[in-house]
Design a protein around this ligand. Structure first.
Ligand code: COA
Length: 385
């Protein structure tokens, strides 16, 4: 296998983007990525999107993207793994470059979610749950994560205040991110007083509905020296694992085994342990998710995610910053784009280009993206070289 580097990243400000269609989002992210790399010659494209058909009516995204990007005839494919689709696109692009099949691959993630009503967006998202055991009975993702939160509170004593600090900390970071959908600080009290969605989770415990896209350009590390605009960043580890799709079929609903296994594989490939990692971008689709992911990654012991967050371990200036970008909570969660945007943030951090939200001495970063209640997870390890 060849070593693989990231030589370009492209993002735009996310939010409720009425004036842009799904194709505009793809083109904007890709052009911004080409500009960042100083190169627009590509051999191949991988598109990650979860529900473009249900949310916009547009399927066949692997044809639409090269066409509207002015790249017709370039081979392109679409990958789908619910909210993990973006990092699956990066993983697929990685395999294409590492294998020697292609020399310059664009991985692009996109979702346009606000053109449909809240009900229709919730329906589209719920298609990622188990249709027979979960969706058929009316449970949606806020409800499923609420069950995990309630159990975590009962088993480990996790408090409402600890959950609120996840959101508050991510909003502090997001207020420093020009791409964020909700770039403003939020106190723990504001989180705890926001509208109840699914007890104990409130509106400000939930990632929002978002329009957005993100893109990264992958080349063999030996070619990366030609791209002199920025410091070099390599993907040194990739891990992927699955679990049961239905939450009720897990032996322990507080253990995200797919996250643990994906992280183990990625860290082993990179020759690292979690202690070597300087920061992480993780899938905080709900505040409880960030706490459980910290535990699944081994950043803290089971049950310690809440207290550690409240003590500041994961703050920007803490010992192990988590979600310096603002995470899904503040930056937004256009589901198919999220995994790619996590990689973009890791690259900004490792190049030292993250501005006011720069993590000090960032040399090794971890990204963790997942689908459903953790039924699929992909972890990447990135390093500054
Ligand atoms: N942070 C800050 N403000 C937010 C917010 C957030 N996460 N989410 C919504 N808001 C604001 C909106 O801007 C809006 O403000 P306005 O009235 O001034 O315009 C207000 O809060 C209400 O938002 P709205 O979008 O109308 O709420 P809703 O009731 O339709 O939807 C949720 C709220 C939580 C149900 C919805 O965002 C949701 O389903 N989130 C989870 C998505 C999900 O499951 N993703 C997949 C995870 S695996």
């Amino acid at each position: 296998m060849r070593d693989v580097a990231i030589v370009g990243v492209g993002l735009m400000k996310w939010g409720e983007l009425w004036e842009k269609s799904i194709r505009d989002l793809c083109v904007e992210a890709a052009l911004s990525c080409f500009e960042d790399a100083g190169n627009d010659k590509i051999d191949s494209i991988v598109v990650g999107t979860m529900a473009s058909g249900l949310l916009t009516g547009q399927e066949h995204m692997a044809n639409m993207v090269p066409d509207y990007l002015g790249k017709k005839h370039v081979p392109a494919m679409r990958v789908e793994s619910a909210c993990c689709s973006g990092s699956q696109a990066v993983r697929t692009a990685f395999m294409e470059v590492a294998s020697g099949m292609s020399d310059c691959v664009l991985a692009l993630g996109v979702e346009k979610m606000t053109d449909v009503s809240g009900n229709d967006a919730t329906y589209a998202l719920a298609t990622a749950s188990d249709q027979e055991f979960e969706a058929f009975h009316g449970v949606t993702f806020p409800g499923l994560y609420a069950m995990m939160a309630r159990k975590h509170m009962e088993q480990y004593g996790t408090t409402r205040e600890q959950l609120a600090e996840v959101s508050s900390k991510n909003h502090r970071n997001g207020s420093l991110n020009p791409h964020a959908q909700y770039p403003f600080p939020m106190t723990r009290e504001q989180v705890m007083n926001s509208t109840l969605v699914a007890d104990p989770l409130r509106l400000m415990d939930c990632s929002p509905i978002t329009d957005g896209a993100a893109a990264v350009l992958l080349v063999p590390a030996t070619d990366a020296k030609k791209y002199k605009k920025h410091g070099m960043v390599v993907i040194s580890g990739v891990g992927h694992a699955t679990d049961t799709i239905a939450l009720c079929q897990r032996k322990d609903m507080l253990k995200m085994e797919a996250v643990t296994l994906a992280a183990k594989a990625a860290l082993k490939m990179a020759g690292k342990t979690i202690k070597d990692v300087n920061f992480a971008e993780v899938h905080d689709c709900f505040t409880i998710a960030e706490i459980m992911i910290m535990e699944a990654l081994g950043i803290v012991k089971p049950g310690q995610g809440g207290p550690a967050t409240l003590k500041g371990l994961t703050a920007l200036e803490g010992k192990f910053p988590v979600n310096p970008s603002g995470g899904l909570k503040s930056k937004g969660h256009p589901v198919g784009a999220t995994g790619v945007a996590q990689i973009c943030e890791a690259v900004y951090q490792l190049r030292g280009e993250a501005g006011k939200r720069q993590v000090k001495n960032a040399k090794v970063g971890l990204t963790q993206n997942m689908g459903g209640t953790g039924g699929t997870s992909v972890v990447h390890i990135l390093e500054a070289k």
